[in-house]
Design a protein around this ligand. Sequence first.
Ligand code: SF4
Length: 426
Amino acid sequence: MYFRLASRFLFETDKRLLAKAAWTLGVKGLWSVHKHKRRLKRGEFFPPFLYLSVINSCNLRCQGCWVDVAAKQHRIELDAANETIRQAKAMGNSFFGILGGEPFMHKDLLKIFEQNRDVYFQVFTNGHFITDEVAAELKRFGNVTPLISVEGSEIISDERRGRAGVLNQTMEGLKTALKHNLLVGVCTSVCKSNIDDLVNDAWVNRLIEMGVMYCWYHIYRPVGPESNAQLALTSDQQRRVRQFVVDTRATKPIIVIDAYHDDAGNALCPAATGFTHHVGPWGDIEPCPVIQLATESIHDDRPLAETFNESAFLKDFRSLTAEHTRGCVIMERPDLLVELAEKHGARDTTARGAVIEELKNVTPRRSQFQPGDEIPERSFVYRWAKKYAFNDFGTYARHFDATKYRDPDKDAPDSERSKSELPVLQ
Ligand code: SF4
């Protein structure tokens, strides 16, 4: 499998793009994690990976989206984006996740990529705006990987994404990106209506045949104004996805990303560990994209290094969350976020201005934290990479207090509770 994966990278990709990714994402990315660890030892803080939602607008209306896509357009303008990237680079960062809305609706998105060619961007997109011209530009810059979201079969995609023909257009964008030999990933927010179609070998084999180099499975999080809780996975289904990810990593020549487990399969939250934080379209600095609360902004006068290091809100978020769960706080303990917002006077960063109400309406449910059912990595490459570069950096040893953990499954109605329909594999 490792040989097949290596030969795919060697023979199916553009060598210049591969070298660029290996240097800016691989070598410099590892260096940024190393610097992060050294900062933590000195009692300082700056997240090594930043996510920037550069625009709120989108051409789709997906079920469960938490972004105000239909509100008046707001963007992180070119100068502000460049300045944020410049300041993060000064801290050693070399990788940025770009989200929206739909990022390609930002009029200066390509300029952001072009003017920051010494760092690497992963752009989360529905693929609809990846034309030949756009793909050719991305290839010329060499520092962008499109991560194209596919949310199910044609019928499910159209239903989940609020319009007819969505999947076709997405697949067109994917093919165009591949035709230009870009390093392309496909991501899915796994929910009840797409788990059977997309969490299986046939789908991954198809991606490999098409030339996709990596895939990313998120778990659908029922948050936001129309949370669609009926789509959320049960605990058994979440363990099934985790097992599939671990098995695929060990057997298929494609990279599989998930951001919620360490090498031993212990759950973690990348925002609670401080691995990443997020900047919204209005410039607000938030714990992560779905937690739309902030006390600071990139537009504040003080430097970003100072803001991240001194933010009492973000610091409290990390410790309070880690104290109560290794999972996703917005799914398991939305009440803690309400408490935190009140304590710090955090502002609602949405246009709809109803975040606190929405949090109060979330029914707690289990997330990636499945105590006692940890599924360790089978692949030695992922084990090594996670040991060094993706783990909790001591967060839970410092903060987690098992007596404060509340198991949402214990309080859930029978219909929601985890049922042992699947064996837990080792
Ligand atoms: S709070 Fe939940 S959605 Fe946000 S980074 Fe943590 S696990 Fe992910």
